[in-house]
Design a protein around this ligand. Structure first.
Ligand SMILES: [Ca+2]
Ligand SMILES: [Ca+2]
Length: 74
C-alpha cells in the first residue's frame, strides 16, 4: 500500500465518521439469525447502544427489521 492509498483510506474513514452513523445491515447485527436484534446483539454496535430502547417501538425488548430500518442514520 503506497502513501496515496493510505491517505485515501484515512480520508474515507474520517468522512464516514463525520457524516454517517455506523449502521451495519440488519443481518449482520442479528448474530444468531433469529430475525430479531436482542439488546446483547445491539451492544455489539456502538451506534445502537443508545438508540435500542427508543427504536423498540412495541417494547418487546427486541428489534425486528422494520424497527431497525426506522432508526435515523447519517
Ligand atoms: Ca438475534
Ligand atoms: Ca420490538
Amino acid at each position: 500500500m503506497n502513501i496515496k492509498t493510505l491517505c485515501a483510506v484515512a480520508l474515507t474513514a474520517v468522512s464516514a465518521t463525520a457524516f454517517a452513523v455506523e449502521m451495519p445491515e440488519f443481518k449482520l447485527v442479528d448474530i444468531d439469525a433469529d430475525g430479531f436484534i436482542s439488546l446483547e446483539e445491539a451492544n455489539t454496535v456502538a451506534a445502537l447502544e443508545t438508540t435500542f430502547l427508543a427504536a423498540d417501538l412495541n417494547k418487546d425488548g427486541l428489534l425486528d427489521e422494520a424497527e431497525y430500518d426506522q432508526i435515523p442514520r447519517g
